[in-house]
Write a protein that binds this ligand. Structure first.
Ligand code: ATR
Length: 270
């Protein structure tokens, strides 16, 4: 039986085993998929063992950059992101991919029916999560993507790294235009903090997408959006779609239908 796992720290509450098991059942594939917690200092040593025991792994916080660094070969998405959320182990090699961006884009476009082409997009945050999704978002031809981060120098470093005329820093002092899509890519919500989105950035048609998700409550970002009367979504759909992309990579392109697991997990939400 083929074996897979999600590796991270913390990992206890990961939904990935449930999602991959559901996909496998749907497609009649036998596999095992576990969540493996690895202490921060031990990632490389543990992966050296797991790579011979598993056929593939999902990598989550805080190891995505270190996983990319261990790869022998990498997809364009992983290379642009300098981070991997999906590894394939075969013939003694590690292949790295990053399906976070494609997962986000599919959730935005197919599930939520949003148009990215021509849209003005504001992204909060400038860490690994944002870096990981920027290539896929830019690929959809938005009109502009502005980055707003607590530490502006980190946002500037991302703008410099991508060298794309559509990507720039958000400037609260000079901003006059609202955004069609606002994506929260900060980790502030984990500690219960609502996002700081300036009034000048949104109008009543703006859509707010939180890359964080919660099964039990609204995320702080979703709460903020509801208070402002804006349409919003958390990142559960992104998790489901990035998993489907990883699944297809591991199983010869067999792509699960994501609707059933989406319905099942959404039913548990408030
Ligand atoms: P990740 O891999 O989740 O992106 P990260 O690389 O540590 O993790 O980045 C976290 C992001 O969330 C950063 O943009 C961070 O802002 P700074 O660059 O200023 O650190 C942002 N962030 C974390 N906590 C925040 C808070 N309380 N308010 C605003 N932004 C926050």
């Amino acid at each position: 039986m083929n074996r897979f796992a999600v590796i991270g720290s913390p990992i206890k509450h990961s939904l990935s085993p449930r999602i991959h098991t559901a996909y496998a059942k749907q497609l009649g594939i036998e596999l095992s998929y576990n969540a493996i917690e690895v202490p921060e200092a031990d990632f490389e040593a543990k992966l050296a063992i797991l790579r011979s025991e598993l056929q593939g792994a999902n990598i989550t916080l805080p190891f995505k950059e270190r996983a990319f660094a261990l790869a022998d070969r990498a997809s364009e998405a992983a290379t642009q992101a300098q981070a991997a959320n999906t590894l394939v182990f075969s013939d003694g090699n590690i292949y790295a991919d990053n399906t976070d961006g494609s997962g986000l884009v599919r959730d935005l476009m197919s599930s939520l029916g949003l148009q990215i082409e021509g849209a003005r997009v504001l992204i909060l945050g400038a860490g690994g999560a944002v870096r990981g999704v920027l290539p896929a978002l830019l690929h959809q031809n938005p009109k502009a993507i502005h980055l707003l981060n607590r530490t502006p120098a980190k946002a500037q470093a991302l703008v410099d790294a991508f060298q794309d005329a559509r990507l720039s820093l958000f400037n609260e002092q000079t901003n006059t235009q609202t955004f069609d899509l606002i994506i929260n890519g900060t980790s502030a919500g984990i500690s219960g903090e609502k996002p700081k989105i300036p009034d000048s950035a949104f109008n009543r048609d703006s859509f707010v997408y939180d890359m964080l998700y919660s099964l039990n409550d609204l995320t702080p970002c979703s709460e903020w959006s509801r208070e402002k009367g804006l349409k919003f979504s958390d990142g559960l759909g992104m998790l489901i779609e990035q998993a489907a992309d990883a699944f297809a990579l591991w199983h010869a392109g067999q792509r699960p239908n994501t609707q059933a697991i989406r319905d099942e997990l959404r039913a548990a939400q408030p």
